[in-house]
Design a protein around this ligand. Structure first.
Ligand code: GLA
Length: 392
C-alpha cells in the first residue's frame, strides 16, 4: 500500500510529470441491504480505506491508466471508448470517462495512476471508490463545480451500462458524500439524505470472511429481476406503485397468492428492511443502542432466509460475533455471497472481539479472517499535500 506521496512519485516515474491527486473511500453498510435499487432507504458509512487516483492532462486525446493493484497500464483513445474483456479492471475507470463524456463533461486526455487500498472483492465497494476517485481526477476541478449527486449517478451509470453490473446508487453516493463520525441515511428515490451521528462509544468492526462466491454478480442481477417481477405483478392490483418502496407489508400479504413463494420472500425482505432502516435511525438518534442489536439480527435473518444472499461463512461469522461480550449487533453487509460482516462493538471490547472472532472463525472454516476497525470517514476529495506531510 502506497502513501499519496509515493503514488505521486510513482506517477512521475511512469509518466514523467507531476499530477494532482484525489481519493474516494469504500463503504460499509450498517443496514438497508438490497433496498437501493428498490427506491428504498440505506444507512451506509464511508470508511478509511481509499482508492487514490493521480492524474495529469495530456494533449493527444488519449487516456492512459495504470493500476497499481494489477500492475498494468492500458492506453486508449477517448473517442473510441468501449469495454475491454469481461471483468477487466480497466472497465471501471474507462466506464467513468465514457459516462462523463456522454454527459457532456469537459474532460481531456489524461494519464491516470490508480492505487486502491479498499480490499478487492470484499463487498466494501472497491469499485465505487475507483469510479469516484477517477471521476474527480478526470474532472480536475477541486470538486467544487461538480454536483456530487450527479457525479455519483454518472459513476453508477458507468457500472450499469459500461461494466454491466446493475448496481444501485448507495456505494457511489456515500463515497461522494461520506462524513466523519456519521452514517448517511439516503432515500434512494429522491436522493435526499441526512447524516446520523454514530455513538462515540461504539466502533464499526468489519470482519472479512475471505470468501467470495462466484455466483455473486449473476445472482445480484437475478435478485433485481425478481423484485421487478414482484412490482409488475403487484401493480395489477396496486396501480399506484412504482417500486417495492411503495408497498406495505399488509398489502404484500393480501396479495400473496398472486406471487410465487420466491418472489413473495424477496419482496418481504425489501419491505421489512426499509422499515428496519427507519427504526435503526430512530434508535441512533435516541441513543437507544440496545434497540440496534435485534434490528441488525433481523436484517441478517431476512437476507439469509428471504433474500437468500448469505452463505455459511457469513452466517458463522455473524453467529460468532453476536456471542462476544460488547457486541451490540452483527450482520452481513453489501451484496452478499461472501465478503464482510458489519459489527457494532463497544470500544472497550474491540481487542478481545478481534482475537476471539478470528480464532473461532478460523478453527471452523480454516481461513484466517481479516478484521478491520474503521471510523466513519469523509467522502471523496482532492488532496493537497504539504511538503513532508502527507494528508491522511
Ligand atoms: C452492492 C451494490 C449496491 C447495493 C448492495 C446491496 O454493494 O453495489 O448498490 O445494492 O450491493 O445492498
Amino acid at each position: 500500500m502506497k502513501t499519496p506521496l509515493q503514488i505521486l512519485d510513482a506517477f512521475k516515474a511512469r509518466f514523467g510529470t507531476t499530477a494532482s491527486i484525489c481519493r474516494a473511500p469504500g463503504r460499509v453498510n450498517l443496514i438497508g441491504e438490497h433496498t437501493d435499487y428498490n427506491d428504498g432507504f440505506v444507512l451506509p458509512a464511508a470508511i478509511e480505506f481509499y482508492c487514490w487516483a493521480a492524474a495529469a492532462p495530456r494533449r493527444d486525446g488519449k487516456l492512459a491508466i495504470h493500476s497499481d493493484n494489477f500492475n498494468e497500464t492500458i492506453e486508449v483513445s477517448l473517442d473510441s471508448l468501449s469495454p475491454l474483456a469481461n471483468k477487466h479492471w480497466a472497465n471501471y475507470p474507462l466506464g467513468v470517462a465514457w459516462a462523463l463524456r456522454r454527459a457532456g463533461k469537459p474532460i481531456s486526455g489524461a494519464n491516470v495512476y490508480v492505487s486502491g487500498e479498499v480490499p478487492l472483492g470484499a463487498g466494501l465497494s472497491s469499485s465505487a471508490a475507483v469510479e469516484v476517485s477517477v471521476a474527480l481526477a478526470l474532472l480536475n476541478d477541486r470538486g467544487n463545480s461538480v454536483d456530487r449527486a450527479e457525479l455519483a449517478q454518472l459513476c453508477q451509470k458507468a457500472e450499469n451500462e459500461f461494466v454491466g453490473a446493475r448496481v444501485g446508487i448507495m456505494d457511489q453516493f456515500v463515497s461522494c458524500y461520506g462524513r466523519a463520525s456519521h452514517a448517511l441515511l439516503l432515500d434512494c428515490r429522491s436522493l435526499k439524505h441526512e447524516f446520523v451521528e454514530l455513538p462515540a462509544n461504539l466502533q464499526l468492526v468489519i470482519c472479512n470472511t475471505m470468501v467470495r462466491h462466484e455466483l455473486a454478480s449473476g445472482e445480484y442481477n437475478a435478485r433485481r429481476a425478481e423484485c421487478e417481477e414482484g412490482v409488475r405483478i403487484l401493480r395489477i392490483v396496486l396501480p399506484g406503485i412504482r417500486a417495492l418502496r411503495d408497498v406495505t407489508l399488509p398489502q404484500l400479504e393480501d396479495h400473496r397468492q398472486n406471487l410465487s413463494a420466491k418472489v413473495f420472500a424477496r419482496c418481504r425482505h425489501v419491505i421489512t428492511e426499509n422499515a428496519r432502516v427507519k427504526s435503526a435511525v430512530e434508535a441512533f438518534r435516541k441513543g437507544d443502542t440496545a434497540a440496534l442489536g435485534p434490528l441488525l439480527q433481523d436484517s441478517h435473518r431476512s437476507l439469509r432466509d428471504d433474500y437468500e444472499v448469505s452463505c455459511r461463512e457469513l452466517d458463522l461469522m455473524v453467529e460468532i460475533a453476536a456471542a462476544q461480550p460488547g457486541t451490540i449487533g452483527a450482520r452481513m453487509t453489501g451484496g452478499g455471497f461472501g465478503g464482510c460482516t458489519i459489527n457494532l462493538v463497544e470500544t472497550t471490547a474491540v481487542s478481545d472481539f478481534r482475537r476471539k472472532v478470528a480464532a473461532a472463525y478460523s478453527s471452523k472454516i480454516g481461513l484466517t479472517p481479516e478484521i478491520y476497525v474503521s471510523p466513519a470517514s469523509e467522502g471523496a476529495r482532492h488532496i493537497v499535500l504539504e511538503e513532508n506531510k502527507p494528508a491522511r
